[in-house]
Design a protein around this ligand. Structure first.
Ligand code: GLA
Length: 380
């Protein structure tokens, strides 16, 4: 009797579930990490509120959707090591615990950069610039301490960030001026020494542009010739609606993969606003004086046509990533939702931007569906 009732009612119940969209009961719920699980990690940069657990809804989405995390700021030198003898581990420890709890590929960002590094790093107690040896020692201590603390727990380190100029020459940072060009090789050696298993990455923006890409290739070839342990290149991916082209993205990934390295898209977002000067992700750029109404056209929402164009841009990019899926390590979005994005304040402060897959209410956008769909793409 019971079995008969069940036979009769089950199809009805299942049909009802289907109508209200719960066929998900039969399949796993859609997620970015599942869609790409055979291909590469899908990461997201997480901010202080997400690390500390204050963004409850955001954290739930991050845990459900992503297989990798990067710290937006928590591991940068100025936050982690603000004074010579002082490390502030709290946020960094919580960040790593969050990743471990959710079984994620955990990224350390970053060790050596010209920005978000305190002035004292380069000077002695009288305010004079350090000697090469003294700065190398300071760099060594920092890397040994930070990488050592998370040995075996942080799987991938952005060892050097943004060492190149647009023309492919080395940026005139204090690292370069004081130590010389081998500051990069030294940083990788120190990181390898502190955690021989970790993936070590050179990370930069605008590598899709040929002069800078050629500079990176020359740098990496020299490192390889010198026996330096580098395993991966991070193409930041701070993209625009008209840059990079499909060909640029494709040939850039191919060029780095040809060096025998893994490739990450390490900081993906797509700026939908009118460009406010030359394309750059140089955090010191400030085009504040250009803030006029036509530079901030979508204060009241993104028009459907632009939503569609944004989704199409994501489709194009993910088709290229899928074409290279065997060479890719991860694709990391620089922020969870549009409201979290640095692009609301860069390079012009106070604009309303829409670069990511989740809107300000943490609802998925058409760009999210486009990325899920692109996982089915198989290049010919
Ligand atoms: C660069 C850095 C990141 C971040 C972004 C802007 O790309 O690598 O750490 O600061 O700029 O948020």
């Amino acid at each position: 009797m019971f079995a008969k009732t069940l036979r009769r009612t089950l199809p009805v119940a299942l049909a009802a579930l289907t109508v209200v969209g719960f066929t998900a009961a039969a399949h796993a719920p859609t997620s970015l990490k599942n869609a790409y699980k055979k291909d590469f990690f899908i990461g997201v940069a997480i901010n202080g509120q997400q690390i500390s657990g204050q963004d409850v809804k955001g954290d739930a989405i991050i845990a459900e959707q992503f297989s990798s995390i990067s710290p937006e700021n928590a591991l940068k030198w100025s936050l982690l090591h603000p004074q010579l003898d002082k490390y502030t581990w709290d946020a960094a420890d919580k960040y790593v615990e969050f990743g471990e709890k959710n079984h994620m590929f955990i990224v350390g960002h970053n060790l050596v950069w010209h920005s978000q590094v305190p002035g004292w790093v380069f000077r002695d107690d009288k305010g004079n610039l350090l000697t090469r040896d003294a700065l190398l020692e300071r760099m060594h201590d920092h890397i040994r301490t930070v990488v050592g603390r998370y040995k075996g727990r942080i799987q991938s380190w952005d060892v050097v960030n943004e060492a190149l100029n647009e023309d492919g020459t080395l940026r005139q940072s204090l690292w370069l001026k004081i130590i010389g060009p081998d500051f990069i090789e030294k940083a990788f050696q120190y990181a390898h020494e502190a955690d021989p298993q970790a993936q070590l990455t050179y990370n930069d923006y605008n590598l899709e542009n040929e002069p800078k890409r050629n500079g990176a290739i020359a740098l990496i070839k020299k490192m390889q010739a010198d026996g330096i342990p580098i395993n991966c290149v991070g193409i930041q991916g701070h993209d625009h609606m008209d840059w990079p082209t499909e060909e640029q993205e494709d040939s850039t990934i191919a060029a780095f993969a040809a060096l025998g390295l893994k490739v990450s898209i390490s900081e993906l977002d797509i700026d939908v606003l009118p460009s406010a000067g030359p394309i750059t992700a140089d955090v010191s750029a400030n085009l504040q004086n250009q803030q006029t109404a036509n530079r901030n056209p979508y204060v009241n929402g993104l028009p459907d046509s632009v939503q569609k164009d944004l989704a199409a841009r994501y489709t194009m990019l993910f088709h290229v990533y899928m074409k290279h899926r065997k060479e890719m390590s991860r694709v990391t979005f620089w922020g969870l939702s549009d409201g979290d994005s640095w692009l609301n304040g860069f390079p012009v402060r106070g604009r309303t931007n829409y670069p990511l897959l989740y809107d300000r209410q943490l609802q998925t956008k058409p760009a999210y569906d486009a990325v899920i769909e692109a996982a089915k793409y198989k290049a010919k």
